[in-house]
Every structure is written in structure tokens, then in C-alpha cells.
Design a protein around this ligand. Structure first.
Ligand SMILES: Nc1nc2c(ncn2[C@@H]2O[C@H](COP(=O)(O)OP(=O)(O)OP(=O)(O)O)[C@@H](O)[C@H]2O)c(=O)[nH]1
Ligand SMILES: [Mg+2]
Length: 426
């Protein structure tokens, strides 16, 4: 993947004018951050207060006139919109402004495309992009360029081939979508096999979930000694990483995965189903938030994550709120957080503050459900015995003619996984 232009280094190729239709306030900082991550400079912004975007133009017609003047004056060459536009809104707005228009979804898709490294990640992003482009009768080249088969220099929002090409492209796109779906099904099956192996190891699965840039990867590294990439940019991690974690004599698995954002494009939720499944099937979800954000931001980000968790049906997994970046907080804010989120754990993945508490909390979440089990493990299953040692910490074993009789205390979810060896019915 070619490195992307940094907006700071000289004059950026793409100079965006950011716009938003918001019920109140004028905060487009997240869109600007997204654009920055995509290598696009923001040269101005305009907000219109409205309950809902205008159905034809996104902003009201008068506001669009104002925008036209402002964007020209700021020497912008693209207009970036803080929502996903309908194809009609996008077409109309481009015609009115005589300038390319990109929406929030296109920017996020572009970032994902730039950050996908594994074969699985690339397939998932390509599928999401194709589905997005299909709805817009856009040429295939937008994603082909990403794959290194580009037709010249583009950038987000630049247009592809003429109308005559589009029908052919649509047909090709449909074929490609079918092929991608098939390959992703295959990936998903592989992932299920891997997961089954991990489950056969009977270890508890802990997933790190949360808003993008909250510090999930940093936390995984701090807790498990992993070396997952960390950067101050959005959607740095797209591919899940799993590491083991030893706590009070028991072994756990911890998985870091893709971050969430407000208005997460549904094409991505769809395409990333295999990846998101890691979170859905976790025994415990650590919901990581950036506690250095102001309270209303923190609440909005937390809600956005909860919504996605609901959407992928991970809403019912036990969850612990982890307030990260404690090192950036003053005493007053610490007190406020303790008051507002009494069940949360305050940590700093950077300084290590609170990590002991977090580990204790993870262990406690499983220990709450500890059950005494008696298992009879046949001598032929030595692997199962060693798994039991990992997961139970302490256990008693007696050799019998039929196998090893083991008494141990196991978290409920784990006891269930050993169910077939049970001799005490638990
Ligand atoms: N001050 C401070 N910065 C932190 C802390 N944890 C993470 N960061 C910084 O926050 C930024 C994002 O960290 P990541 O670990 O990449 O965040 P992430 O949640 O994995 O982000 P995505 O993979 O993009 O979703 C990086 O610049 C980190 O150095 C912390 O405890 N304190
Ligand atoms: Mg990450």
C-alpha cells in the first residue's frame, strides 16, 4: 500500500470543506479527524442546525449557496459531509456545488482500505466498498485503485469512468461481490475452526471492544506483553489479535479487535461479521473508553459502542467498563468519573496505573461464577488434563482404573465446556 500524503507536509492534494447538519452545536472534530487520518486536509467548515438533513440536498438550498461561496473562497477541492448521503443527495449536492462530494461513509471506507493488512481484512473492506459503490452507480476503479490496479491518480471522491462504462462495471461488481462473499464465508469457517480449537483448550475468552483510538491495543500490549501496533489515528487495528494472559494461576485469552465509531457504516458491520464475531462470542467484554474525553463525549462514544454491540448481538455478554488514559485526568475529573461510573475500572495503559485492579476485576468476573466440578478424564486425553491445569489453577487428581478423577473449581462457562467429563452432574 502506498503511503498516504500527510496534510501537514506541504499543500495537501485534497483540501476538504467539512459540512454537517446537526440538531445543535458545531462540532465536526471527528469528521476532521477522520479526514486527517485519510490524508485529507480540512480547510473550513459549515454547520446548519436542523433536526434532519434536507432530503434532496443534505443542507437547505440557501445554506448550499452559502457553502458554495465559502468553499470556493477557502480553495477547497472537495466537500466532506458528516453523514452518509443518499445517492440522490450526493448527486444533487455535487451538481449544485460543481465539486466532488464525499460522505462520512466514504471517508471511513477509505481509511479501512488503507489500514487493512491481512487477506481477510482486505476482503472485508473490498466487499464493503463495493456495496457502497454499487448503490451509487460508481465505477469499479475506486477500489481497484486501492488494490494497485488503479487508473491514474484519484483520491476519495474523484469520479471514475463515464456512464457507458457503468453498466459493465455494475455487472462486474455484482460478480465480484458474489465471489467475495463466498471467500469470506470460507474465512469465517476457518475462523470458526480456530475458535473451536481455542474453546477445546477450554480457556475463558476476554474481548477488548470500544471506540476507535480508546487504547485497546495499548491495553492488550500492557496486559499480555503483546506487540500489537498502536497509533494515534482512527481505525489502526482491523485484524483481531489474541494473546494469553495469566491471572492468579489461571490462563485467559484476550482479543483486541476493530474499533467502533458513531454512525459506523452498516456495510462495514456486515462485511466485518467474521471479525466482529470474536467479540460476540467472548465470555467477557472489556469495553474500553478514552476517559480523557469530556463527559458528554464519553457518554456518546459509550452509547455508540453499545449500539454496535447490540447490532452484532453481543449485547448480552457480561461487560466491564474500562476508563483508560487515567494519566490525562486531574483530581476533579477522577472524582467525577468515580461518581458517575461507580462500576468502572480506571486505568492507564501507558503508566500501568490500575492494571492490577483491572486484572483482579477480570478474574473476579469469572470467579463470581465458580463451580465445584468432578471430572473423569480418560488416560488417553492428556491434553485435556493440561488444559484443566491452565484453566483451573489448582486441582486435585486421583488415579482410578477408568481415568483421572479431577476435582476443581471452574468458572461456569468453562465448567460447561468440560461438561462431557462431568461425574457430579455439574
Ligand atoms: N495518555 C495516554 N494515551 C494512551 C493510553 N492508552 C493509549 N493511548 C494512546 O492512544 C492512542 C490510541 O491507542 P491504540 O491502542 O492504538 O487505540 P485503539 O483503541 O487500539 O485504536 P484503534 O485500533 O484505532 O481502534 C495512541 O496514541 C496511544 O499511545 C493511556 O493510557 N494514556
Ligand atoms: Mg488498535
Amino acid at each position: 500500500m502506498a503511503s498516504r500524503p500527510e496534510p501537514e507536509s506541504g499543500r495537501a492534494k485534497q483540501r476538504a470543506f467539512a459540512i454537517g447538519a446537526l440538531p445543535e452545536g458545531d462540532d465536526l472534530s471527528e469528521l476532521r479527524e477522520l479526514l486527517h487520518t485519510a490524508g485529507v486536509a480540512t480547510v473550513g467548515q459549515l454547520v446548519q442546525h436542523r433536526e434532519k438533513p434536507h432530503p434532496n440536498l443534505y443542507l437547505g438550498p440557501g445554506k448550499v449557496d452559502e457553502l458554495k461561496t465559502l468553499a470556493k473562497a477557502a480553495d477547497a477541492n472537495v466537500v466532506a459531509v458528516d453523514d452518509e448521503l443518499s445517492p440522490r443527495q450526493e448527486r444533487n449536492l455535487e451538481r449544485e456545488l460543481d465539486m466532488p462530494v464525499i460522505d462520512r461513509t466514504a471517508v471511513i471506507l477509505d481509511i479501512f482500505a488503507g489500514h487493512a493488512h491481512t487477506a481477510e481484512g482486505k476482503l472485508q473492506v473490498e466487499l464493503a466498498q463495493l456495496e457502497y459503490n454499487m448503490a451509487r452507480m460508481r465505477g469499479l476503479w475506486t477500489h481497484l485503485e486501492r488494490l494497485g490496479a488503479g487508473r491514474g491518480v484519484g483520491g476519495i471522491g474523484t469520479r471514475g469512468p463515464g456512464e457507458s462504462q457503468i453498466e459493465t462495471d455494475r455487472r462486474l461488481a455484482r460478480d465480484r461481490i458474489t465471489a467475495l462473499r463466498r471467500r469470506l464465508d470460507h474465512v469465517k469457517a476457518n475462523r470458526a475452526v480456530q475458535r473451536a480449537e481455542r474453546e477445546r483448550a477450554h480457556l475463558p475468552n476476554v474481548a477488548l471492544a470500544g471506540y476507535t483510538n480508546a487504547g485497546k491495543s495499548t491495553l492488550l500490549n500492557a496486559l499480555t506483553g503483546a506487540t500489537v501496533g498502536v497509533r494515534d489515528r482512527l481505525f489502526h487495528t482491523l485484524d483481531p489479535t489474541t494473546r494469553t494472559l495469566r491471572l492468579q494461576g489461571r490462563t485467559y485469552l484476550m482479543t483486541d479487535t476493530v474499533g467502533f465509531i458513531r454512525k459506523l457504516p452498516h456495510q462495514l458491520v456486515d462485511a466485518f461479521a467474521a471479525t466482529l464475531e470474536e467479540t460476540r462470542l467472548a465470555d467477557l467484554v472489556l469495553h474500553v473508553v478514552d476517559a480523557s474525553e469530556p463527559e458528554d463525549e464519553l457518554v456518546a462514544m459509550t452509547r455508540a459502542v453499545d449500539d454496535v454491540l447490540e447490532e452484532i448481538h453481543a449485547g448480552s455478554s457480561p461487560r466491564v467498563l474500562v476508563l483508560n488514559k487515567a494519566d490525562k485526568l486531574d483530581e476533579e475529573r477522577r472524582d467525577e468519573l468515580a461518581f458517575r461510573h461507580p462500576d468502572a475500572v480506571l486505568v492507564s495503559a501507558i503508566t500501568g496505573e490500575g492494571l492490577d485492579d483491572l486484572q483482579e476485576r477480570v478474574a473476579a468476573e469469572f470467579e463470581r461464577t465458580l463451580r465445584d466440578v468432578e471430572l473423569l478424564v480418560p488416560y488417553s486425553e492428556g491434553g485435556t488434563l493440561s488444559d484443566l491445569h491452565d484453566v483451573a489453577g489448582e486441582l486435585e487428581r486421583t488415579d482410578t482404573p477408568d481415568g483421572v478423577l479431577v476435582t476443581a473449581r471452574l468458572p461456569a462457562v468453562i465448567a460447561d465446556r468440560f461438561g462431557r467429563y462431568s461425574v457430579n452432574g455439574r
